[in-house]
Structures are given as C-alpha cells and as structure tokens.
Design a protein around this ligand. Structure first.
Ligand SMILES: [Zn+2]
Ligand SMILES: [Zn+2]
Length: 205
C-alpha cells in the first residue's frame, strides 16, 4: 500500500537481490532537491550495485540515468526551481578541493559519490540530489612546503648554487582561484640573502 507519507523504490538488499520497498517521504537535506522521477534507464553499470562489484552498503537504490521534475528545493539551493525538468547522471557531484577539481577537471574528482552506489538513484518514484560543491572552508586550506636546489650547470649535476625554502598557505577560493601567502628563504651562493614574503593570486588555469 502506498500512502502520502512514503514513496516506492526498488532497492538492492544483498548480492543479486532487488526488492520493492516503501521509503519515508521527507524534505530534501540542505543543498539538495527532491525530484519526482519520470523515467530511469537501466544500465549495465547498475549490476555493480546489485552484485556488489564496487564497495557498497546495502540497501541501495540503483539507477544513474534518471529524468524527472524538481518538486521540493532544500535550504541553500540556488539556480533551480520547482517544476524544472532535470536529468541525473552517474557522477554525484565534485568536492572542489582535490587536485583534479583544482585543475577544473571536475569529472575526475577523486571524492565524488556515484549515483546508485554511494547515493540512492532513480529506481524510485523520488530521488534526493545534491546541487552544488561541498563548501568546507578548512578543506580549502593547503600547506605549502618547498625545498629547491638550483644549479647554473644545465646538466643539473653540478653543486647547487642556490638553496630556496618556501613555507606558506594556499587558500582555494574556488576550484580555479587560489590565494597564496608564503615566505621564501633564498640563499644564492656568494650573494646576500634574498628572502621574500609572497602574496599571490592565480585564477583560471
Ligand atoms: Zn550507465
Ligand atoms: Zn574533487
């Protein structure tokens, strides 16, 4: 029996076993939207969820090719509206701070969840989906520690003629914008020290 406080979903519960279930109807968490699913493709990758090929905690709703309409918008969501038709794919968001994200290569983010694997997917009447990056400000901080030996000999095999230490912090304002504050201890041989405090920004690489 389907009631107004639940919705139907098909979930994998153990290796090779799918079952029809009722899940509680709740408001989407902050940063998520609730989608009324109209259709969902069945893909061979869904067998990873059903057969446990990828690490998985069952029960899990498979389905990463869903289309539907947004029916509720969670707190803090911008740029989406109720009634809008949307599609859901396999990649469940990007973290904004891993090396790939910082290069603007969000598709290869190493911290993303996969729809239907770590997050419930579209084999259901409803799906709850994240809409933007994780904004944990502490994780956007990165320590800089460098030690360079520079040689005037192009082979690089001669004695180093300059030693440079750099210590500082990067703060990632967005995946492609960084603010850097660092102190450099520079000791060229035979010259007075050329230490420097650096404050730099870099954008859009
Ligand atoms: Zn697929
Ligand atoms: Zn990332």
């Amino acid at each position: 029996m389907k009631s107004a406080s639940t919705y139907r979903a098909v979930q994998a519960v153990s290796k090779g076993k799918l079952e029809l279930t009722e899940k509680p109807l709740v408001d989407p968490p902050a940063g998520h939207v609730r989608i009324r699913v109209e259709a969902c493709g069945v893909c061979h990758s869904d067998s990873a969820t059903v057969e446990g090929i990828l690490p998985i905690a069952w029960p899990r709703v498979p389905g990463h090719e869903a289309v539907g309409r947004i029916e509720v918008i969670g707190n803090g969501v911008e740029g989406w509206k109720v009634g809008q038709r949307v599609g859901v794919g396999f990649l469940g968001g990007s973290c904004g701070y891993c090396d790939y994200c910082r290069d603007g290569d969000l598709v290869n983010c190493t911290n993303q969840g996969y729809t239907g694997v770590q997050q419930d997917g579209g084999y259901a009447e409803l799906a709850y989906r994240p809409t933007k990056l994780d904004n944990d400000s502490l994780r956007n901080l990165e320590m800089i520690f460098r030690w360079d030996h520079l040689s005037r000999d192009p082979s690089g095999l001669g004695d180093p003629e300059e030693t440079r230490w750099t210590l500082g912090l990067n703060y990632w304002l967005s995946p492609s914008t960084v603010l850097k504050v660092a102190y450099e201890w520079d000791q060229p041989n035979g010259e007075p020290n050329r230490n420097a405090l650096l404050i730099q920004t870099a954008m859009g690489f």
